[in-house]
Design a protein around this ligand. Structure first.
Ligand code: SAM
Length: 289
């Protein structure tokens, strides 16, 4: 009960343009919202895979690339070390042409300045944050734009993405509240991300922390379900012959959900999910040689 009151209070504060500071006490969240570890893998894999095994804590640095050295130079950030290599390679793969990036979550401006220095020359950064203080990090002369509002407010998100988008890269590093992460992907992936484009959810570990789990269906659940969506065309067409080159049963088309024609690849890393958008118009083909 107290949990849902706090979530409503958060919403109210957000509506008034105040930042999200009231956090539900995890112990007070309703039972159905609490995270339940999945039972399936342990049921289907041998016990050997689940033998308790220790990972050592370390204080040693775990980042050393160019993106990290840029970030290290800029006060006002807080990042997990292992994100830098993931980001650096993902964004380098997009090439040297100017890019448009939307980042949900500006906070103390660290990532806004980092991206501004790292992205190819001529790129545009739009930061979205509920905290009005973040407006100070706007620097229009250097293509850094900041819009103040709630990521879970469809009217606001629609207005600013129409004005500044579409984007090559969208990063969700905002509230980390499960319903927000799902809603943001729901709206932004279809309407505001270019094709090709990259959608990145940062700090996905928060899905496993009850303070951020306002609903049982997390962003990680959604991402795992998208793996099934990626295989939509096989569900009604249950033989390889339907896809075989030159076969009499070869399908001329198959009906799939729109999102199945937009997802090229899904990458799961520690706390980071990357969903690559790329329009697909053709079914896969197999060849019998
Ligand atoms: C983790 S910080 C962002 C850090 C920043 N990307 C960086 O790496 O330097 C999260 C930010 O999300 C903002 N935030 C929280 N709830 C939000 C919401 N509902 N809509 C938009 N922003 C929100 C907070 O005000 C905070 O500044």
């Amino acid at each position: 009960m107290l949990g849902s009151v706090l979530w409503r209070l958060n919403k109210l504060l957000a509506g008034l343009g105040l930042s999200y500071r009231v956090r539900a006490n995890p112990l007070s969240l309703e039972r159905e919202h609490l995270y339940q570890p999945p039972s399936q893998p342990a049921k289907h894999l041998s016990g050997e895979h689940f033998k308790p095994t220790r990972l050592e804590g370390t204080d040693e640095g775990q980042a050393n690339g160019e993106l990290y050295s840029i970030w290290k130079d800029i006060p006002g950030g807080h990042k997990w070390h292992h994100y830098f290599d993931i980001y650096e390679s993902t964004i380098r793969d997009l090439g040297d042409a100017p890019l448009r990036m939307l980042e949900i979550g500006v906070n103390r401006g660290g990532s806004a300045k980092m991206w501004n220095r790292f992205l190819p020359k001529g790129s545009v950064y739009l930061g979205l944050d509920i905290n009005p203080d973040c407006k100070q990090f706007e620097d229009r002369d250097n293509n850094i734009f900041v819009e103040i509002g709630d990521q879970s407010e469809p009217g606001f998100v629609s207005r600013i993405t129409k004005e500044h988008g579409p984007f090559d890269i969208i990063i969700d590093d905002g509230s980390h509240v499960c319903s927000h992460m799902v809603e943001s992907f729901n709206f932004l992936f279809d309407t505001a991300l270019k094709s090709p484009g990259v959608y990145i959810a940062e700090d996905a570990h928060s899905n496993f922390w009850p303070g951020f789990r306002d609903q049982s269906y997390s962003f990680i659940d959604l991402s795992k379900d998208l793996v099934d969506v990626l295989h939509s065309h096989y569900v009604a067409n249950d033989s390889e012959m339907y896809f075989r080159q030159g076969h009499s049963a070869h399908l001329s088309s198959a009906l799939v959900p729109k999102i199945a024609t937009q997802i090229k690849e899904i990458r799961f890393l520690d706390s980071v999910v990357i969903i690559y958008k790329n329009t697909k118009t053709k079914l896969p083909v197999s060849e019998y040689n």
